[in-house]
Design a binder for this molecule. Structure first.
Ligand code: PMP
Length: 361
């Protein structure tokens, strides 16, 4: 027959995230399997979100609010912006696709830090746009001059993941100012999925640039600090004309009703946010100590994960960790075959990872 998918799809492979815990348990017949591979919240979901979901169950015969107006208002209040400057989505992943659909045409260029989150490439590729990777400087620090030098007339989107997944490094405020003052005609997207874990004075999620009226978008998620990755809620904050463009490609009921209720409750759960922050801070230190004691280099992280340099044995170690019930992310997907990325777990999980890793070296 003559049925053919779009030509631009030929070079795209379906995305395959890490294996879930139950699958590894079943495959390997292991009792204890821990997953430190997807930067989830080891404390679990916000209890307020769980309570809110219970109360929302009886309304499941109704369609969700297409406008997610309660959630939008809660987000707007939190950041001191207007609800019209907010767009909730089915996870931040969906937002990246929507941004791509709204702002890219075939042949456009998208600047992406390298290594970084893979969805930016995916969004560019589905639109037939070209990805222009810009490597980090030494120690995975942002190289703002290299980013600026990569801009051409075809550049339509610039992704700045800060803190960056998988390196945990961030871009400073002065560097952002430099970038924004020299780039015109391209939308700068700050992916601030891990912003709540960043505790440096020079860090910003980019929100103050939205508030100041710059044509930029800050992307956020409920999957990390709020601990509700499974229900899929993310959002963007940007000047209204950017939100208006994205609304044109959004399907009406993109955020389901339980997700709206859960996220609205979670954003007000400051207690859960604070304890998640302190568990993460202590957990990062615990992982640093483990790597220090083993003489392994790592990058200081502003996120809820640590990128460690294992060395030429990286692949063996990654596989043997898995075989012993510790799922981490192997760096090869980012062109870092000697690295692994380890999400911060509970103190017990971090210690278990440390014990197993020590036994393998
Ligand atoms: N941005 C970054 C940098 C991420 O690491 C992730 C999740 N892995 C996302 C966005 C997507 O988050 P969500 O679960 O909301 O789709």
């Amino acid at each position: 027959n003559n049925i053919k998918p779009r030509k631009t799809l030929e070079s795209i492979e379906p995305y395959s995230p890490g294996k879930p815990i139950w699958e590894v348990q079943k495959e390997l017949g292991l009792e204890r399997v821990i997953k430190l591979a997807s930067n989830e919240n080891p404390l679990g979901p916000s209890p307020k979100a769980l309570e809110a979901i219970q109360n929302g169950l009886s309304e499941l015969n109704r369609y969700p609010d297409a406008d997610a107006s309660m959630l939008k208002q809660a987000i707007a209040d939190q950041y001191g912006v207007l609800p019209q400057q907010v767009i909730p989505t089915n996870g931040a992943d969906e937002l990246i696709t929507l941004i791509s659909e709204a702002f890219l045409e075939a042949g456009d260029e998208v600047i992406v830090p390298s290594p970084s989150f893979s969805e930016y490439d995916f969004g560019a590729h589905i639109m037939g746009a070209t990805v222009v990777p810009v490597p980090f400087a030494e120690d995975f620090r942002y190289d703002v001059d290299a980013l600026i030098a990569a801009v051409t007339e075809k550049t339509k989107l610039i992704y700045i993941c800060t803190p960056n997944n998988p390196t945990g490094t961030y871009i400073s405020k002065p560097d952002i100012e430099k970038l924004l003052n020299s780039v015109k005609g391209a939308l700068v997207v700050f992916d601030a999925a891990y912003s709540h874990f960043a505790d440096e004075a020079e860090y910003t999620s980019g929100i103050e640039f939205v508030q100041a009226g710059y044509p930029v978008l800050t992307l956020q998620t409920f999957s990390k600090i709020y601990g509700i990755a499974g229900i899929r809620v993310g959002y963007g904050i940007a000047p209204e004309f950017i939100i208006q463009a994205i609304l044109k490609v959004k399907e009406p009921f993109n955020v389901n009703s339980l997700a709206q209720i859960a996220a609205t409750a979670a954003i007000g759960d400051t207690e859960h946010v604070r304890s998640s922050q302190s568990v993460n801070k202590a957990g990062r230190e615990q992982l640093y100590k483990i790597f220090d004691s083993l003489g392994l280099a790592y990058t200081k992280s502003m996120g809820n994960f640590v990128l460690a340099h294992i060395g030429p044995e990286g692949e063996r170690i990654y596989k043997e960790l898995m075989a012993k019930g510790v799922i981490v992310r192997y760096g090869k997907t980012w062109g870092l075959p000697e690295h692994i990325r380890v999400s911060v777990g509970t103190p017990e999980e971090n210690a278990f990872f440390g014990e197993i890793l020590t036994g393998l070296l």
